[in-house]
Design a protein around this ligand. Structure first.
Ligand SMILES: Nc1ncnc2c1ncn2[C@@H]1O[C@H](COP(=O)(O)OP(=O)(O)O)[C@@H](O)[C@H]1O
Ligand SMILES: [Mg+2]
Length: 161
């Protein structure tokens, strides 16, 4: 099976990929974003927040590690919990964030550098791997994870935009 990858040639395209990602997620999901610093993870979440109808400006949770945004309730998702565990110095730090407690029926949890926190969640529904292209500004976004098969139709549609 060919793994779905969406190439984002610019900051705006990565935001749009995030905005359209709303069609792939469900309330109660945990989504992990993996990729090096500057890969576009926060940029993607800005677009995702727009897609969810968040009015507040999304800023990187690098220092606070967690931020919570109210959406307009579309798709049954009322909150976006955005975390970035890059600065967590170890598993204890991550445990202190009580990330698993944010998994709620009506919320979407998105975690940057989430592979470090994946064990905390019973199940991570989707993972987006960000791979920057060395010679251009482009980023390749690949969606994997347990739900990727069940949502392959939505993912293929998203990938093909
Ligand atoms: N194709 C692209 N996708 C996303 N960001 C890009 C792209 N090209 C350039 N950029 C820039 O790269 C940076 C990505 O930063 P950010 O989203 O904070 O990354 P991360 O959260 O992964 O560390 C931003 O300054 C953005 O403008
Ligand atoms: Mg970031």
């Amino acid at each position: 099976m060919v793994r779905p990858v969406r190439r984002c040639g610019s900051d705006e395209e990565t935001q749009r990929a995030g905005e359209e990602f709303v069609h792939l997620v469900r309330a109660g999901d945990v989504v992990i974003l993996n990729g090096p610093l500057g890969a576009g993870k926060t940029t993607f979440v800005k677009g995702l927040a727009r897609g969810l109808g968040v009015r507040e400006r999304v800023v990187s949770p690098t220092f606070t590690m967690v931020r919570d945004y109210a959406t307009d309730g579309r798709g049954g998702i009322t909150h976006l919990h955005h975390a970035d565990v890059y600065r967590a110095s170890g598993p204890g730090d991550i445990l202190d964030l009580d990330l698993h407690e944010w998994r709620e029926e009506s919320a979407l949890v998105v975690v940057e550098w989430g592979e470090r926190a994946a064990d905390l969640f019973g199940e991570v529904n989707l993972t987006v791997n960000f791979t920057p292209d060395d010679s251009t500004e482009a980023r390749d976004l690949e969606v994997v994870g347990p739900e990727s098969l069940a949502r392959s139709g939505e993912i293929a549609h998203w990938e093909g935009r």
